[in-house]
Design a protein around this ligand. Sequence first.
Ligand code: MLT
Length: 191
Amino acid sequence: MNKPTLLLLHGTGGNENDLLPLAGMIDPTASILSVRGNVLENGMPRFFRRLAEGVFDEQDLIERTKELNSFLDDAATKYEFDRNNIVAIGYSNGANIAGSLLFHYSNSLKGAILHHPMVPLRGGELPKHNGTPVFISAGKNDPICPSTEATELQTLLENTGAEAKIHWENNGHQLTKTEVEAAAEWYKTKF
Ligand code: MLT
């Protein structure tokens, strides 16, 4: 079986280099497509605009999600990888745009690792995901992405047919080595 291409999506204020160590821990021989968010918030790259912390500009989120999905189509042609075999790894804002790809398109991602995500948007019908594997990691004391967001996201994804699992950390918003190790173990069983 061919290996997935790992799509790396950083958190607010990050860049395309941030998650390279995660890709190395999760699948050191997979190809990587790492993207820098093209929205700037006071100079900090993001993948879509927000009106306040945790309050998203939904119209922008929808447009940027479409734009990222088209970028994946174009990149697959340009770099000659399988468009139907992309696994996203996102942290925080990057996890939120990856979640939004799942909320808008049924075939955009083969699977996803979402570190500290939120529910990207509410209302509206979600596309079907036939067993798409999704790993969510969340902090029980995360003030930015509250634990209720992670559980609601899991439920919403499972209702679409995706297979969503949550790994809990007793921490806040920081990305920890143990959650990446848990993601790596999960990935081995799915891809
Ligand atoms: C977001 O804006 O996507 C989330 O609130 C998390 C963050 O990136 O700060």
